[in-house]
Design a protein around this ligand. Sequence first.
Ligand code: SF4
Length: 230
Amino acid sequence: MKHIVQFSGGKDSTAMLNLMIDKGMKIDEVVFFDTGWEFDSVYRNIEEHKKKLQSLNIPFTILKPQKPFDYLAFEKEVHKKDGTIQKGYSWCGGLCRWGTTEKLRVLENYCKGNIEYVGLAFDEQDRIAKKRKGIKNFPLNEWQMKEIDALNDCYSRGVTYQEGEYRLYDLLVRASCYCCGNKNLKELRNIYNCLPCYWEKLKDKQSKTDRLYKKIGIDALEHRFEKELL
Ligand code: SF4
């Protein structure tokens, strides 16, 4: 039975992984599920930790969805109950979290029968309660580390999630996928004002689906944010 750390590259799993290493805890493998939709700073963080793990002789495995998320979202033929066919599952988030389902399926298949370490913090009891399938450990919870403690641990190690002149976590509550349908208005406003290259990606994705992002669409959001700047 292996000890496998689930690493997303976000603040919580980054703090968990580094502290487990510091404490000399047994780690046989680290796995990362690549949605293809992560922020650049998260991918950079993953690369840095890949090197660190290599130097410690800890295997690092990248898992991928069966098909790319962009294909699943905007191209795959989806047969609807009314007999019509739509192109892709469209935006992921809210009640339609098909990406999460795929991520959990791939991770569970890969990790089953082993001891898993998941980076959920002490102030995420509701999420911890839902994650009981398999042999799961939540070190941050055991150490009573809250999300802010995990973020400060990352900062203290120089992991600042820099996106240009901004630190990602000054703009967003969670890193997650840049096009996640769960982003709130404040986060979207920050993406529009501070991270224009991601806003362009959101516009591009909106052009590939009839379903409006968060029921109003990227164009309407842009109009709203533009007016706020006047
Ligand atoms: S972070 Fe959002 S978009 Fe990404 S898989 Fe999870 S629910 Fe879907």
